[in-house]
Ligand binder design. Structure first.
Ligand code: KG4
Ligand code: ZN
Length: 350
């Protein structure tokens, strides 16, 4: 079984071909970084137009790399949300057109589900598992009970973690996108030099908050001689910020693991996914934390953590195998919580 995956929900125009044995036959990502850099963030209209300009070519190149034509596909999977609606519409409409012309099943993929299932593309991970989803738009702890079956344990009450990284980078004069820049700067920094808070630490439940950390960072920046901060200060603040994030994740994870173990017994897997999961420092911290809590950490390779078409194709395969396909009137959705997938999954399994 071979499925084409199309991803256009943010600033990556991506297409991939994946088979049901977990082989990635092609995986192309065209980033729009240069087009948005001058604005310090993603501009939705520019993103949508750029997807229109490039998607057809990226799809054609992916098929060429996979060495197949549309006729040899078993399905077409396209991100249908959540995300920037203009871009989502471009990808979903393109997927519908291909599915319609070549009479292939369409799978309208939830972008969060694509991140959530990405670990199963590269490793054997059985349901249920605990998922930490950390991306530019989301920060959630979720129990993944099966395809389409998600139970949320906690979420951010303000900023998403990737967003916090991006804002921190802007304050520190490190540019955009922030995550990789903060990680690189932190490598040479002293995490102890500046005292930064750990919001929510020690509180009940699994929710996150990052706005207090962001505010504390801004206050420190205001006390520094240089604006933006010198390379030395930016490195130390990056390291301090990352260490604080590590402590927060570890604390929230402890509560989530307790809930997961109470419901499903000891042991199990922690999957970390989403763009922030590309961060090596946090991957190490999470690996150690997971071990202490009796969980095994599975973190997909960095290229599968940031937005890509392979994870969308894989989610399409998982759904196709269960008969969970969509009609050509599937909607593009700016907002689409994981929990909303349960109804469709239950209807099919009933
Ligand atoms: O999953 P993703 O590619 O797009 C969304 O669905 O949001 O995540 C993008 C986010 C950005 O905020 C980016 O700064 C962050 O992931 N990110 C990182 C790293 N690489 C990407 N954050 C921390 N460290 C990284 N190495
Ligand atoms: Zn994403």
């Amino acid at each position: 079984m071979r499925v084409l995956g199309i991803e256009t929900s943010c600033d990556e125009t991506a297409a991939a071909v994946v088979d049901d044995g977990g082989h990635i036959l092609a995986d192309l990502v065209r980033t729009q970084l240069d087009e948005h850099a001058a604005y310090g963030g993603v501009v939705p209209e520019i993103a949508a137009r750029s997807h229109v300009d490039h998607l057809d070519r990226v799809i054609a190149a992916a098929l060429e790399q996979a060495g197949i034509g549309f006729a040899e596909l078993d399905g077409v999977a396209a991100t249908a949300g959540p995300g920037l609606i203009g871009g989502v519409m471009v990808g979903l409409m393109t997927g519908k057109a291909i599915a319609s012309v070549h009479a292939k099943p369409l799978i309208a993929v939830n972008h969060l589900e694509a991140h959530a299932l990405s670990a199963r593309l590269v490793e054997t991970v059985d349901f249920p598992y605990l998922l930490l989803l950390v991306s530019g738009g989301h920060c959630q702890l979720v129990v993944v009970e099966g395809v389409g079956r998600y139970r949320r344990l906690g979420t951010t009450i303000d900023d998403a973690l990737g967003e916090a990284f991006d804002k921190a980078a802007r304050m520190l004069g490190l540019g955009y996108p922030g995550g990789p820049a903060v990680e690189a700067a932190a490598a040479a920094g002293d995490p102890e030099r500046f005292a930064l808070p750990r919001p929510m630490r020690g509180r009940k439940g699994c929710d996150f908050s990052f706005s207090g950390l962001k505010t504390a960072l801004r206050r420190v920046c205001e006390t520094l001689a240089d604006s933006p901060p010198s390379a030395r200060d930016a490195a130390d603040l990056s390291a301090g910020f990352q260490a604080a994030v590590g402590d927060i994740l570890e604390d929230r994870l402890r509560n989530a693991a307790a809930q997961f173990h109470a419901a499903h017994g000891d042991g199990g897997t922690l999957v970390v996914a989403g763009g922030v999961a590309a961060n090596r420092y946090l991957r190490d911290r999470l690996g150690t934390a997971a071990r202490t809590l009796g969980l095994t950490l599975v973190a997909p390779p960095a290229a599968l953590c940031t937005d890509n078409g392979a994870m969308v194709a894989w989610a399409g395969i998982e759904r196709l195998q269960l008969g969970l396909t969509d009609s050509l009137d599937a909607r593009a959705r700016p907002r689409w919580p994981l929990e909303d997938l349960r109804e469709q999954a239950m209807a099919v399994s009933a």
